[in-house]
Design a protein around this ligand. Structure first.
Ligand code: FES
Length: 110
Protein backbone atom coordinates (compact mmCIF):
# COMPACT_ATOMS: atom_id res chain seq x y z
CA UNK A 1 0.00 0.00 0.00
CA UNK A 2 1.26 3.48 -0.76
CA UNK A 3 0.16 6.95 0.15
CA UNK A 4 1.96 9.60 -1.82
CA UNK A 5 1.70 13.19 -0.62
CA UNK A 6 3.29 16.37 -1.96
CA UNK A 7 5.33 17.87 0.87
CA UNK A 8 7.48 20.51 -0.80
CA UNK A 9 8.54 22.21 -4.00
CA UNK A 10 11.90 21.31 -5.47
CA UNK A 11 12.98 24.92 -4.95
CA UNK A 12 12.24 24.73 -1.20
CA UNK A 13 15.41 22.76 -0.43
CA UNK A 14 18.75 24.08 -1.73
CA UNK A 15 21.37 21.58 -2.93
CA UNK A 16 23.36 20.16 -0.03
CA UNK A 17 20.80 21.17 2.60
CA UNK A 18 17.75 19.87 4.42
CA UNK A 19 14.41 21.31 5.51
CA UNK A 20 11.67 20.06 7.79
CA UNK A 21 8.13 19.43 6.55
CA UNK A 22 5.16 17.71 8.12
CA UNK A 23 3.16 14.87 6.63
CA UNK A 24 0.62 12.62 8.32
CA UNK A 25 1.47 14.08 11.71
CA UNK A 26 5.16 13.30 11.35
CA UNK A 27 8.12 15.63 10.96
CA UNK A 28 10.00 14.73 7.82
CA UNK A 29 13.50 15.92 6.99
CA UNK A 30 13.82 16.38 3.24
CA UNK A 31 17.33 16.67 1.81
CA UNK A 32 18.58 17.71 -1.59
CA UNK A 33 21.65 15.60 -2.33
CA UNK A 34 23.06 17.00 -5.58
CA UNK A 35 19.56 17.33 -7.03
CA UNK A 36 18.32 13.98 -5.70
CA UNK A 37 15.83 14.19 -2.85
CA UNK A 38 15.92 11.97 0.26
CA UNK A 39 13.42 11.88 3.11
CA UNK A 40 13.95 10.62 6.66
CA UNK A 41 12.31 11.08 10.06
CA UNK A 42 13.46 14.50 11.25
CA UNK A 43 13.97 13.48 14.88
CA UNK A 44 17.39 12.17 15.78
CA UNK A 45 16.97 8.87 17.69
CA UNK A 46 19.62 9.97 20.20
CA UNK A 47 18.02 13.01 21.83
CA UNK A 48 15.57 14.38 19.29
CA UNK A 49 17.51 17.06 17.43
CA UNK A 50 16.18 18.16 14.06
CA UNK A 51 18.24 16.22 11.54
CA UNK A 52 17.26 18.59 8.73
CA UNK A 53 19.55 21.14 10.39
CA UNK A 54 22.51 18.78 10.16
CA UNK A 55 25.51 18.81 7.89
CA UNK A 56 25.02 16.97 4.58
CA UNK A 57 28.02 15.25 3.04
CA UNK A 58 28.59 12.16 0.91
CA UNK A 59 24.99 10.98 1.13
CA UNK A 60 24.84 11.26 4.91
CA UNK A 61 23.63 13.76 7.49
CA UNK A 62 25.52 14.62 10.65
CA UNK A 63 23.27 15.50 13.60
CA UNK A 64 23.76 19.12 14.69
CA UNK A 65 23.80 18.26 18.40
CA UNK A 66 26.25 15.38 18.95
CA UNK A 67 27.41 14.57 15.44
CA UNK A 68 25.93 11.10 15.00
CA UNK A 69 25.84 10.31 11.26
CA UNK A 70 22.97 8.68 9.37
CA UNK A 71 22.81 7.40 5.80
CA UNK A 72 20.20 9.35 3.83
CA UNK A 73 19.50 6.38 1.59
CA UNK A 74 18.65 3.67 4.13
CA UNK A 75 18.68 5.49 7.48
CA UNK A 76 21.44 3.40 9.00
CA UNK A 77 23.59 4.78 11.82
CA UNK A 78 26.97 5.09 10.14
CA UNK A 79 28.98 5.45 13.35
CA UNK A 80 28.02 1.94 14.44
CA UNK A 81 27.31 -0.16 11.34
CA UNK A 82 26.47 -3.26 13.38
CA UNK A 83 23.87 -1.40 15.44
CA UNK A 84 20.16 -1.88 14.76
CA UNK A 85 19.62 1.81 15.47
CA UNK A 86 18.45 3.78 12.45
CA UNK A 87 16.07 6.50 11.33
CA UNK A 88 12.96 5.92 9.23
CA UNK A 89 13.34 6.58 5.52
CA UNK A 90 10.60 7.41 3.05
CA UNK A 91 10.27 6.80 -0.68
CA UNK A 92 10.52 10.06 -2.63
CA UNK A 93 9.58 11.04 -6.15
CA UNK A 94 9.50 14.32 -8.05
CA UNK A 95 6.62 15.33 -10.32
CA UNK A 96 7.31 18.61 -12.05
CA UNK A 97 8.14 21.05 -9.27
CA UNK A 98 6.53 18.93 -6.54
CA UNK A 99 8.39 16.60 -4.21
CA UNK A 100 6.19 13.74 -3.00
CA UNK A 101 6.84 11.15 -0.31
CA UNK A 102 5.10 7.88 0.36
CA UNK A 103 4.15 8.35 4.01
CA UNK A 104 3.33 4.64 4.33
CA UNK A 105 6.81 3.62 3.25
CA UNK A 106 8.53 4.76 6.45
CA UNK A 107 10.81 2.02 7.58
CA UNK A 108 14.03 1.52 9.42
CA UNK A 109 17.22 0.17 8.03
CA UNK A 110 17.85 -3.51 8.66
S1 FES B 1 20.60 14.40 19.35
FE1 FES B 1 21.46 13.67 17.50
S2 FES B 1 23.38 12.90 18.05
FE2 FES B 1 22.51 13.61 19.92
Amino acid sequence: MSSWQPIAKTSDVPVGQGRTFSADGKLIALFNVDGEFRAINDLCPHMGASLSEGWVDEGAVTCPWHAWRFCLKNGSWLDAPKSKLSVETYAVRVEGEDVLIDVESGGEAE
